[in-house]
Ligand binder design. Structure first.
Ligand SMILES: Nc1c(NC[C@H](O)[C@H](O)[C@H](O)CO)[nH]c(=O)[nH]c1=O
Ligand SMILES: CC(=O)[C@@H](O)COP(=O)(O)O
Length: 166
């Protein structure tokens, strides 16, 4: 369903497990910083709203969305986080560079989910223009950061549940 038909921040809170005791890494890109900081606020506040302690949320910043994969891998390998949320904003310019950045970060994050046991959440906006990004970073269509946080909580809960069945 297209985002303009479903607000990114709309969800049923009764279906979201408690994030108490969960540890999260958030890696956020500095490109389009006004947008990505809004995504970070959304994700951070949503994690806390659902029970995560602030000391259990580790934030790392990288230059651009293409570097999100590398930052997420370091959080996975070098910390005890249960999941990593990747936040970025790629806005189409005048050249095909947009396509390569989006392809690179998408494939990179997908590979991390295959290679490691910790969920890595794709919270990257890939938009045609700045307004589309603003609409999805706390604007009329909600906040992609909220969506990333809820997704991370649900995935950590799922992984913990499935581990009990080993
Ligand atoms: N144009 C955007 C970029 N470009 C930079 C790349 O992500 C990367 O940092 C560079 O190619 C060096 O490896 N990044 C974004 O996050 N958003 C953009 O709109
Ligand atoms: C996604 C990008 O790298 C893009 O914003 C860069 O702009 P341009 O394609 O005009 O160089």
């Amino acid at each position: 369903m297209a985002t303009n038909l479903k607000n990114l921040s709309d969800y049923d809170p009764t279906l979201v497990p408690s994030a108490k005791g969960m540890k999260f890494g958030i890696v956020v890109s500095e490109w389009n910083q006004e947008i990505t900081e809004a995504l970070l606020s959304g994700a951070y506040n949503t994690l806390v709203k659902h029970g995560a302690k602030e000391e259990n949320i580790l934030v790392a910043r990288v230059p651009g969305s293409f570097e999100l994969t590398h930052g997420a891998r370091h959080l996975i390998k070098n910390t005890d986080v249960d999941a990593v949320i990747c936040l970025g904003c790629v806005i189409k310019g005048d050249t095909p560079h947009f396509d390569y950045v989006c392809q690179g970060v998408t494939q990179g994050i997908s590979q991390l989910n295959v290679k490691y046991k910790k969920p890595v959440i794709f919270g990257v906006l890939t938009t045609n223009d700045e307004q589309q990004a603003k609409d999805r970073a706390g604007g009329k269509l909600g906040n992609k950061g909220d969506e990333g946080a809820i997704t991370a909580i649900k995935m950590v809960s799922l992984v913990k549940t499935l581990k009990k069945h080993k």
